[in-house]
Design a protein around this ligand. Sequence first.
Ligand code: SF4
Length: 518
Amino acid sequence: MTSTPFRDCLQVPGSFSIAVELVTARGLVTAERSRALVDKARTLAADPRIDVLSITDNPGGHAMLAPDTLGTDLLSRGQEVIIHLACKDWNRNALESRGWKLASEGFDNVLCLSGDYPLAGYGGTAAPVFDIDSVGLLKLFSDMNAGLQVARSAEQLERTNFFLGCVVTNHKMHEREVVPQYQKLAKKVRTGARFVINQIGYNARKDDELLRYIRREGLTVRALANVYLLSRPAARAFHAGRIPGVVVTDELLALAERHGAAADKGREFFVDLAAKQLTVATGLGFNGVYLGGHATAETFFEILERARSYADADWRELSRDLRFGRAGEFYLFEADPETGLASDQLTRGYVESTRKRRTDMRVPLIYRFSRRVHDAVFDPDGPLHDRARSFYQKVEAAPKPVGRAAHVLEQAAKVPLFKCRDCGDCSLPDIAYVCPESMCAKNQRNGPCGGTRDGLCEVYDTECIWSQAYERLKAYGEEEDMLSNPVVTKDNALARTSAWANDLLDRDHHAKSGQFSG
Ligand code: SF4
C-alpha cells in the first residue's frame, strides 16, 4: 500500500484530508506501551480514509521516543507521515542535522514548532534551548529546500524536498494575543509554511474567523482543523491550563463533568462532539482535520463514521453545539447574526480602537524615550547616526580598554532599563523595546509562541513580550506591521560584545536580515 503524498492530497480541489496524531511513549519501541502504539499506527495506516499520521516530538516538554523511530516503520509501509520538530530541545546545528537525517530517510512532511517549555527530565528539569524559534526553523528548512549556501564558500548543498507545516493558536482571549497570532501565521506562511494546524479549541466562530483571516490576507496555506477527542480528565487538564494554549471553557468543563459521570464516562458525548467538529470543519471550508486524543484506532474510525452520519445535516446548525466562547473574548470579525459564526466585517470595537492613538493610549515613558533615541542614533537617516557610527569605528580602532569601557557604559544603561543580558544582537527595536532574552522564557524573536493565557507568559507570571509590544505599537498606529520584518535569527557569536557597535557597524541581524550565515 502506498499513500498519496500528503502535499498532493491537500492540492486536489475539493479534497478533505484526514490526519491523525500519534503521541510516542517514553522507553524502547519494543516495550509494551510502544508496541500498542505501533499496532494502533499500523491499523490507522491500513485504513484508506486516513491520509497521514502525525507524530509528536517530546510533547508537553517531556522526553519521549523520537518520532522518526515510529515513522520509519510507517514509511516502510508506504504510509505518509508528518514529523513534528520542536526547537525547545535542539540548537540550530542539531536542527539542521535532524533536517538532513529526515530528508535522507524520506520524511518530507515536517511540522515546525517552537515547542512546549521543558517540564521534567533526567535528574531534574531539562535546560530549554530555543536557539531559534519556529519561524527560524521554517526559514532554515526553506533555505535547505532552495539549496543551502555554505558560509564563506560558493558551495550550494543539495536541495531537500520538505513540505513544511506550522501551528496557529487562534483560541485566544485578548486582541493583543489574537492579532499577533494571526500576524505570526502570516509570517510563517511568508517563510515557507504550506499547511497549518490550529491549536485545540471548541469555538466554531473562532475557527471560521481563522479561515476568513487566511482568505483576507491571501495566504497560500492549507488549513487543518484540530479535532481533539475530549474526555473528562482531558477537559479538566485543559481547563486548568496544564497544556499551554489549549482552551476548555467553564461551560464545556461543566458538560464534560456531567457526561463524564455517566456509565460510559461520556464516551458517547465526546465522540459525538468530535464528529460535529469534523462536520463543521468541512462546512467551514477547512482542507482537512487533525484528529487527536487518547483513543484507539477504532474510536477514531467511529468518529469518522459518526461524522458521515451528519453528512446531510445542516453544519451551521451543528456548529451551535461548538460555541464555547468566553465573556469579553476578542474577535477580529463581527458575528454573522444569522449563524452566530464569523462574518467578513471587522469588529466595530476593533476598528474603533485603531483610531485611538498615542493621545488616548498609555505607553511606558521608557518606550517613548527609546523610540526617540533609536530614531536619532540607530536609524540610518537619524541626525546622530553618522556621528555614532564614526564614534564606534574609532572605539574599535583604539586599544582594547577603550572598547571595554564603552561596552560597560552601554550595559550600565541597558541593564537597569531593559534587563539586558548582553546578547550583542539586540532585538529591542523589533519588539517595541522589550528584551526577548530576559523577558521571554522561549526567546521568541519572531512573534509570540502559542502558550499565553490571558496575555500572560506560560512560564513567567508576566505579560507576554509580544502582547506588550502590540499595545505599545498600537499607540503609534504601527501594530499592523509588528511582524512584517524579515525573519530574525540571533548570531550567538556576538554574545558579550557591544550591541550598539554591532548595530551601527552592520554586524547584527538587522544588517544580515533575510540571510543565514549557515
Ligand atoms: S542586547 Fe540582547 S539581551 Fe540586551 S536588551 Fe538587546 S536583546 Fe536583550
